[in-house]
Structure formats: structure tokens, C-alpha cells
Design a protein around this ligand. Structure first.
Ligand code: ADP
Length: 267
């Protein structure tokens, strides 16, 4: 079997708050992420989801254990990992197209040369089309709805061609209908581009619809409780997939597991 793209072994992370009040955010976390997987992480608030994402992104240090990507230790951020946050983080003074092209400024081809202006334009146009923003190339973020802004952020993340895309509740701020639309678009983009995705959500239905693998985390300290293979729900997936008996079965199982943890915490 091929080696995992990302290997997380026995990771522990403690936030030093005040003497005696340290927060063990992660303890004994082991996880393999394979190429082209769509991994969704669910779990109660405070179980360390964002901490884990930030560690993979190289934005946060860990105290012990190891995190490797392509066999090399993750010691900081790098172009092989792109992060998309809940709050779009677009440059307000740049148009949609300029926002998408911005990251490509630093992008190099496999042979080490830079992309020409024409090539960057072509890539930006491709992603503008992919995320259904044709006609809005020259709009500014303030002229866009929340859903459109998040589409720009997703296009920008994909345009720089990282191996892994890390998303922290990217649809958390959107209304239900827009969220459903963006889920379908993201599924299509994932099926077209086959990138590895690590996606945090607190929405169990979203996790079951999008992922090939579901990671359930528990809190105090943050640990991985269970990893579920979710490839037995057929593709292509759309909102109608929620009617599939396998979807219902998996959703009920994940819900039940998460709910039992909630009851444990309340005790
Ligand atoms: P989640 O994303 O699952 O809600 P987080 O990774 O944000 O969880 O947080 C895990 C735990 O670490 C929580 O108890 C949180 O309060 C704590 N924590 C997160 N960031 C910090 C920080 N910068 N300083 C201190 N404690 C933190």
C-alpha cells in the first residue's frame, strides 16, 4: 500500500495559559491522510480540530510526536498546503480575479520557472468558471455575497495548486441554501481536481456528504475517537445523496457517537 501523504503520530499539544491551568488541546493523536482523500473532522467544540488543522498547516507548533508530509517533518507553512478559513480573508482593494491571481505571484512550475502573465490569467479564468463566478471577475469583495466571497477564497486556494487544502469550517457562516450549493460545487471541484482535502465542520450531514473519511474527535483532552471509512456512499454525490440508505446509516452512527460524547461531558 502507498505511504500516506500526511502522517500524524502521537501528537500532543498543550497551550500554556496560566501556571497550573494548562490546556491539553491534543493528546496521542494518530492519523494518516492519503492522497486524494477528503477527510472531514467532526467533534464537540474545543476538541482540538482547529489546533490539529493549524499543526498540519505549520501555523502552530506541537509539543511531542511527529507530523510528516511526503515523508518530511512539517516545521512551518509551505506551498504544498493551502488554508481556507471561515472568514474569507480576501483583499478588499482587489477584484475577484486579482484576489485569485495574488497567490500565484509566488508560484513556480515544476521546472522552477515562474508562470507568465498569460498562464496566470488562464488558471484564474479556469477557477473562476469552476466556482461559478463568471461575470464577476472585476467585482470587488464588498460587492459580493458571503457565498460568492467564499467561492473566491476556494478558487484562490486551488489556483496555487497545493497538494493539500485545509479548510476550517469554510461554510460555517453561510445560510443553509448557499451552504448546500457550495457543498455541491466543492464536491465537483474535488472530483475534477482530486486534491487531498482536510475539512473541519460541526455539521454531521456535511461531513457524511463530502468526505471519503470521517474523523470523530473527543474533548478533554482532544483525541481521535474513531476514524470511519466513508467511501461506500456512491459518487457523484449531490444533496439527493442524503436520501441514500447508506448516507442515513452513516449519519445516524456519527450523530449517535457525537451525541454520546456530549452526554458524557454533561455528566
Ligand atoms: P475546536 O476547533 O475543536 O473547537 P480548538 O483547537 O480551537 O478546538 O481548541 C482546543 C482547546 O485548546 C480548547 O480548549 C481551546 O480553548 C484551547 N485553545 C485553543 N487555542 C488556544 C490558545 N491560543 N491559547 C490557549 N488555549 C487555546
Amino acid at each position: 500500500m502507498a505511504k500516506p501523504l500526511i502522517e500524524i503520530k502521537d501528537v500532543r499539544k498543550v497551550y500554556k495559559v496560566k501556571k497550573g491551568n494548562d490546556v491539553i488541546a491534543l493528546n496521542g493523536v494518530n492519523l494518516d491522510i492519503n492522497e486524494n482523500e477528503f477527510v472531514c473532522v467532526v467533534g464537540p467544540s474545543g476538541c482540538g480540530k482547529t489546533t490539529l488543522l493549524n499543526i498540519i498547516a505549520g501555523l502552530e507548533q506541537y509539543d511531542s510526536g511527529s507530523v510528516k508530509m511526503d515523508g518530511a517533518d512539517v516545521i512551518g507553512p509551505g506551498p504544498n498546503r493551502g488554508v481556507i478559513f471561515q472568514q474569507y480573508a480576501l483583499f478588499p482593494w482587489m477584484t475577484v480575479k486579482k484576489n485569485i491571481k495574488y497567490g500565484m505571484k509566488f508560484l513556480k512550475k515544476p521546472d522552477g520557472t515562474k508562470y507568465t502573465e498569460e498562464e496566470k490569467e488562464k488558471i484564474a479564468q479556469e477557477y473562476i468558471k469552476q466556482v461559478n463566478l463568471t461575470g464577476f471577475e472585476n467585482s470587488y469583495p464588498k460587492e459580493l455575497s458571503g457565498g460568492m466571497k467564499q467561492r473566491v477564497a476556494i478558487a484562490r486556494g486551488y489556483a496555487v495548486d497545493p497538494e493539500v487544502i485545509l479548510m476550517d469550517e469554510p461554510f460555517g457562516a453561510l445560510d443553509a441554501q448557499t451552504r448546500a450549493q457550495l457543498q455541491e460545487e466543492l464536491l465537483l471541484t474535488w472530483e475534477n481536481k482530486r486534491k487531498t482535502v482536510f475539512f473541519i465542520t460541526h455539521d454531521v450531514d456535511e461531513a457524511v456528504l463530502l468526505s471519503t473519511k470521517i474523523v470523530i474527535m473527543s474533548a478533554r483532552p482532544g483525541q481521535i475517537k474513531e476514524v470511519i471509512d466513508n467511501t461506500n456512499i456512491p459518487y457523484p454525490r449531490t444533496q439527493a445523496t442524503k436520501l441514500d440508505p447508506q448516507f442515513e446509516k452513516t449519519r445516524n452512527y456519527v450523530w449517535d457517537t457525537v451525541y454520546k460524547m456530549y452526554l458524557e461531558v454533561r455528566k
